[in-house]
Design a binder for this molecule. Structure first.
Ligand code: NAD
Ligand code: MG
Length: 292
């Protein structure tokens, strides 16, 4: 049966709901949908071995659930303070009958990024899907108030970690491996309050396009997903001011934010051999907002 996407999920107004970054899933009102009850796999990633950063919550959690139900073994990285969210994801991966590996740690540390890849390869017996998805977003209205410390932390989390984890992964990736980076509509339609964040997402797009050309002859594909407004802990933890949380997603043609379950299939498609001729691409899921 066709479903009307405008009515498929909650629309604003939402209550104000400030929480500290990196935030917690069950504090959100409404709790996001990661496809726990709905995602059905069809063995599209049978025997694959995936590492997902930021796999505890939001988009990364939905991707972890989908990958496991498609037959992949999955390692997730997250911050140590997110253990509660991560435990739920580990249980969901195991319930799908797949191997689940929990690798907490801070990606702003290059040595940790190298260890993360080594530990993944050891635990899964290899690696052939890398999803660079962890992200930091803190809205600041004026450049005068944007500190060097925040600018640095946003770049380290979003850009440097993507570089460090990818560089460490590369020697392990066989032909047929896929890398998916989480960019954003902010790369091409930056919000004034997200000066540092939007800049990191533009960097991720260029990184994706350059690396895709570099490694195509090795049979490795690199793509980016560009989400529009998605209902995840990133947003009420300072990603948006609370007055914007109340109407989050209202500016899209769809009139509502996306739910993580709605974007996971795009990651499955890009991870699987079904998308074998797609590399260096940026794939939007924006509720109708234009990417360029
Ligand atoms: P989320 O808060 O659920 O996920 C982000 C994750 O990043 C956190 O769970 C945390 O584990 C991880 N993280 C942050 N700093 C880290 C660090 N120093 N070390 C290790 N992990 C760290 O939110 P989300 O919206 O699902 O975010 C996933 C990705 O989607 C991010 O790259 C974000 O920029 C991107 N994105 C989100 C939206 C949106 O509207 N939610 C829109 C466009 C792009
Ligand atoms: Mg989280």
């Amino acid at each position: 049966m066709p479903q009307d996407p405008t009515k498929q999920y909650p629309a604003p107004p939402f209550p104000r709901q400030p929480q500290e970054a990196p935030g917690d899933t069950h504090t959100m009102i409404p709790v996001p949908d990661h496809g726990e009850q709905t995602y059905r796999g069809h063995d599209r990633l049978g025997g694959r071995k995936a590492l997902i950063t930021g796999g505890d919550s939001g988009i990364g959690r939905a991707v972890a659930i989908a990958f496991a139900r498609e037959g992949a073994d999955v390692a997730i990285n997250y911050l140590p303070s997110e253990e509660n969210d991560a435990r739920e994801v580990i249980a969901l991966i195991e319930a799908a009958g797949r191997k689940a590996v929990a690798l907490p740690g801070d990606l702003t540390d290059e040595a940790f990024c190298e260890r993360l890849v080594a530990d993944t390869v050891q635990a899964l017996g290899g690696l052939d899907i890398l999803v660079n998805n962890a992200g930091k977003q803190q809205a600041v209205e004026a450049i005068a108030d944007l500190t060097t410390a925040q600018f640095d932390a946003t770049f380290r989390t979003n850009v440097y970690a993507t570089f460090w984890v990818t560089k460490a992964a590369m020697p392990h990736l066989p032909a047929g491996a896929t890398i998916i980076n989480t960019a954003s509509i902010q790369a091409s339609q930056p919000s004034p309050m997200l000066l540092d964040y939007a800049s990191t997402k533009a960097a991720i797009v260029a990184f994706t396009q350059a690396l895709a050309q570099q490694v195509a002859e090795q049979g490795i594909r690199v793509n980016a997903v560009a989400p529009g407004p998605y209902w995840t802990p990133l947003q009420p933890t300072g990603g948006q001011p609370q007055d914007k949380i109340e109407k989050f997603g209202s500016g899209t043609p769809m009139g509502r934010p996306g739910q993580p379950a709605e974007i996971a299939p795009l990651y499955v498609f890009l991870a699987s051999s079904e998308s074998s001729y797609s590399t260096g691409g940026v794939f939007g899921s924006t509720g109708g907002l234009l990417l360029s």
